[in-house]
Ligand binder design. Structure first.
Ligand code: PLP
Length: 487
């Protein structure tokens, strides 16, 4: 493709993307294809001769789009949001146009320097302690691919620091703490690193967040068994119910016990941009006690996948664990200690130029625009939660957490109260009924044996009418399922 062809096909591509968005609401939310659909439609072998680009682009429309679930659809309420904005798309395009592997400052100085700038902007926007700023010269922020990578990197740094301080400890005795509600990233990090993950118990009385007493007891018991807890993954906004671990209790205990506290705020961290949520999200305690903090701008932060923001209080703990510098990677700026080489702040060597996405998004929306997006999502989720609470056959399973409502069919005023098994059965049926639809999507979850439905608001185009429609669909299905059950 030459420059003029690129110009022509590029314009056409933007037009096609605009058409997709203009018609988004009329599209199914969930891809309506069966497993293996694509392999029946594309050749088995790579083409021997190159093909004209227009027919390749046409196949995106014909073959790929039908297999795409539209996460930007206003009636997408599953999992957590995965925002994409036009600003982010254009940023990706510009980033691709200057592709480079970005591992060292010298690869392309703008990439490293912009990352440091936007990570400081974002840290200030979220109210993180100055210690987490690149400007501090001590801590700093780095963009990772995912919250799982962020946690893994933090744990690698924590492990290295712990083993350095306790050279006689065997790695097989190290323990990573989380809770039964911690994202699977905790168990996965343990699996990758050959360590053990221990899920501490949480209780409905504290809305499934970790209490200090539980942590304290676990530390004592595990140490008596010769184990060495060295890291605690504390969650701000768990995946299942949006629970928040009790940072004011667990922070000081973790610190006193020498545990590295990594705060996984993959979804809810972005709410810290709004001052009114900071107390509920324990910002003060995070600032006092967290060693690392992660939030995904690629979830609810208007930034296209991928952009996971990780901040650490001590950058040398990262680089001590991850800096491997053969001669061919040395540069005079690095040797002089004048620059950051982000390769030493992550697992892989090469890295995408992702900071440009956050730069475009933060400049285009401003803090005000981002706050408005978060506040709107929370208000819409409240609207849905109000419907649930006013209903005689539904209930909230846990109090609404930010823009997440976790609920179930639980008819009140019945002669014989239903057992948990019966309620779970009813809700499974309800979930399957809704999952069979193409015009809305929600997810299920299991909260310590209670089968629940989750509705997470956060797509940029969701309005009140979509919430009203979602409730109409869900409540009608609920009435039908309950009537069938009684028949
Ligand atoms: N942590 C929490 C609380 C999450 O909800 C999720 C995903 O939804 C993750 C971590 C995983 O994020 P990632 O896909 O970026 O690893």
């Amino acid at each position: 493709m030459d420059i003029e062809q690129f110009r022509k096909e590029g314009y056409k591509a933007i037009d096609a993307i605009c058409e997709y968005y203009a018609g988004l609401e009329q599209r199914p939310v969930v891809a309506q294809v069966e497993p293996g659909y694509l392999s029946k439609l594309v050749p088995n072998e790579v083409p021997e001769k190159g093909e004209p680009f227009p027919s390749i682009a046409a196949d995106f429309q014909r073959l790929i789009l039908p297999g795409i679930t539209s996460w930007q659809h206003p009636s997408f309420f599953a999992y957590f949001p995965s925002n994409a904005t036009f600003e982010g798309m254009l940023a990706d395009l510009y980033a691709s146009s200057v592709t480079n592997p970005g591992f060292n400052w010298a690869c392309s100085p703008a990439c490293t320097e912009l990352e440091s700038v936007v990570m400081d902007w974002a840290a200030k926007m979220l109210g993180l302690d100055e210690a987490f700023l690149v400007q501090s010269g001590v801590g700093g922020g780095v963009i990772q691919t995912s919250a799982s990578d962020s946690a893994l990197v933090a744990i690698v740094a924590a492990r290295s620091a712990f083993l350095h301080a306790h050279p006689n400890v065997s790695p097989s005795d190290l323990l990573i703490y989380g809770t039964s509600q911690t994202h699977s990233l905790g168990a996965k990090a343990a699996l990758i690193l050959g360590l053990n993950f221990k899920a501490l118990e949480v209780y409905p009385t504290y809305q499934y967040g970790l209490r200090g007493s539980t942590l304290q007891k676990a530390i004592l018991e595990d140490r008596q068994k010769g184990k060495h807890p060295f890291v605690l993954i504390a969650t701000l906004g768990t995946t299942s119910t949006g629970a928040i671990d009790c940072m004011p209790e667990i922070g000081p205990i973790a610190k006193e016990a020498g545990l590295w506290m990594h705060v996984d705020a993959a979804w809810a961290g972005i709410t810290l941009s709004c001052p009114e949520y900071r107390e509920k999200a324990y910002l003060k305690d995070i600032n006092l006690h967290a060693d690392s903090f992660c939030t995904n701008f690629h979830k609810w932060g208007l930034t296209n996948f991928d952009l996971s923001a990780l901040w650490v209080r001590s950058r040398t703990k990262l680089t001590d664990a991850l800096d491997v510098t053969p001669a061919f990677l040395r540069t005079k700026q690095s040797d002089a200690g004048m620059v950051i080489d982000y390769r030493n702040w992550q697992l892989s060597l090469g890295r995408k130029f992702r900071s440009i996405k956050l730069w475009f998004v933060l400049r285009s929306y401003g803090v005000e625009g981002l706050r408005a997006h978060i506040r709107k999502s929370v208000a819409l989720a409240t609207h849905f939660a109000d419907f649930v609470q006013e209903s005689s056959i539904f209930e909230l399973c846990t109090p609404q957490s930010f823009a997440l409502a976790v609920f179930r069919l639980a008819p009140k005023d019945v002669e014989t109260p239903l057992t948990q098994d019966q309620l779970n059965g009813l809700n499974r049926t309800l979930f399957h009924k809704i999952a069979a639809r193409s015009d809305i999507t929600i997810t299920q979850t299991d909260v310590l044996g209670m089968f629940c439905l989750r509705l997470a608001v956060g797509a940029q185009r969701t309005e009140e009418r979509h919430i009203r429609r979602a409730w109409e669909i869900i409540s009608t299905a609920g009435v039908e399922v309950w009537a069938d059950y009684q028949a």
